[in-house]
Each structure stands twice: as structure tokens, then as C-alpha cells.
Design a protein around this ligand. Structure first.
Ligand code: CA
Length: 225
């Protein structure tokens, strides 16, 4: 799971990132509305935490712009203002939930859990072809056979299993799995896709990771000859 934090109070942004990382999530932080909107549009995040009062572009405007592009990721809005009209404005703009600062971490995680649960019923397992991916253990199953994936392998395959027929460019996989701050390069994606292809073959999966030039990777079910 990867979060985007758009919050100009750097101390708060960093402490949110630390809290999320302690729970095993990944998080990117940005400090203004315009950059925040650009990051959100990459569509690599599972949840966006969005402050209302931001330099550049307000959180409400960011939410409105994103929703006008059919952006489906949950948005948790943060603000120091507790007035009813502000909350209504945030929700009208497309936020899913509104949290008033200061809040404690239990309240934050209660909201996050609600928003992530709302994302869909398939929270335990993703399936494609004759293969399924257990999201809790990071294990790949095919018939009687199964194999444990490494954290990076799991993150890549989860992304592909969520939208099997969609093409994911290498730079997008890189940003989703390694983040923008890492030194990883596109070659890392190729290496890990190689590991995943071997693991899929080893358990007899009929799922193939197909590379399309310039478009990236997608999944296909191999048809029996
Ligand atoms: Ca602010």
C-alpha cells in the first residue's frame, strides 16, 4: 500500500509518513497543491491524505480537479478548520472523509481503515487465469503449488493483478514500487519481472507477463495449444 501525503507543514507531513511506515505502508510527501495534484495524477497511490490550506492550490481545488478526471482513489482531507461549511466544502470537492487537526493516530488509522475497506471486496486475494495472489501472506497460488514472493515482487505483481489487461510502463512500476526517492532504475523492474516470470512458471501458472514496446507490461492468460 502506498500513500500520498500533501501537507505543507513539513513536521506534520514527516510524522504522518513515519506513522504510516511503522504500520508497513509506503508514503511519499509533497508540500504544495500543484505538485500534489501532479503526483496524485500518476495514479500509483492507494490513498491520498490532503491538507486544505496549501500553497499553490488549495486542497479543495486539488480534490475537485482530480475528481473531474474520474480519479477514484480515496481522499482523506486534513484541516485545522472545523467549521461546518469548511467540512461541507471539502466533501463537496470530492474528499471521502474529513479529519480536523489536531487528531491522534488512532483516529487517523480508523479513518484509513474505513477508506481502504471501501475500495472493494477483493481485499484478501486477487486472481487471474489459474493463479491467485494472497494479499496477506504475499503468496502466489496455482492448484496445489504455491510460492512466497519477496516484497518487491509482491508489489509489482499486485499492481499487475489489480488491472491485468492494462499496460504499466516501467517508470510507473518503478515509482509505485521503489518510490521517487530511491536510486532504483528501470533495469530493476526488468530484473524483478524476470524473477516473477520464473516463479509463475515454477508453479505451473498460465499467467504470462507480457512486455509491449513503449507501453510497458500487462498480464495475459496463455491459451492451451
Ligand atoms: Ca496547511
Amino acid at each position: 500500500m502506498k500513500f500520498l501525503i500533501i501537507e505543507d507543514e513539513k513536521l506534520l507531513a514527516e510524522s504522518l509518513k513515519t506513522l504510516l511506515e511503522e504500520k508497513g505502508y509506503q508514503a511519499d510527501t509533497v508540500y504544495d497543491g500543484i505538485t500534489g495534484e501532479e503526483y496524485a495524477k500518476l495514479d500509483i497511490y492507494d490513498l491520498v491524505i490532503l491538507d486544505v490550506l496549501l500553497p499553490g492550490r488549495s486542497g479543495c481545488q486539488v480534490a475537485r480537479n482530480l475528481r473531474s478526471r474520474h480519479f477514484g482513489t480515496p481522499i482523506l482531507m486534513l484541516t485545522a478548520r472545523a467549521a461546518l461549511e469548511d467540512r461541507v466544502e471539502g466533501l463537496d470537492a470530492g474528499a471521502d472523509y474529513y479529519l480536523t487537526k489536531p487528531f491522534d493516530s488512532r483516529e487517523l488509522f480508523a479513518c484509513i481503515n474505513v477508506l481502504l475497506r471501501r475500495q472493494g471486496p477483493q481485499v484478501n486475494e486477487l486472481s487471474f487465469g489459474n493463479t491467485s495472489l494472497d494479499l496477506f501472506s504475499g503468496t502466489l497460488f496455482c492448484g496445489e503449488k504455491n510460492l512466497r514472493l519477496s516484497a518487491r515482487e509482491f508489489d509489482i505483481l499486485r499492481l499487475l493483478f489489480q488491472n491485468p489487461e492494462r499496460n504499466f510502463p516501467k517508470e510507473r512500476i518503478l515509482a509505485h514500487v521503489w518510490g521517487y526517492d530511491s536510486n532504483a532504475v528501470e533495469n530493476h523492474v526488468e530484473v524483478y519481472v524476470g524473477f516473477l516470470r520464473k516463479k509463475l512458471a515454477a508453479i505451473g501458472s498460465n499467467v504470462r507477463i507480457v512486455a509491449v514496446r513503449r507501453l510497458g507490461y500487462h498480464l495475459e492468460v496463455e491459451q492451451p495449444c
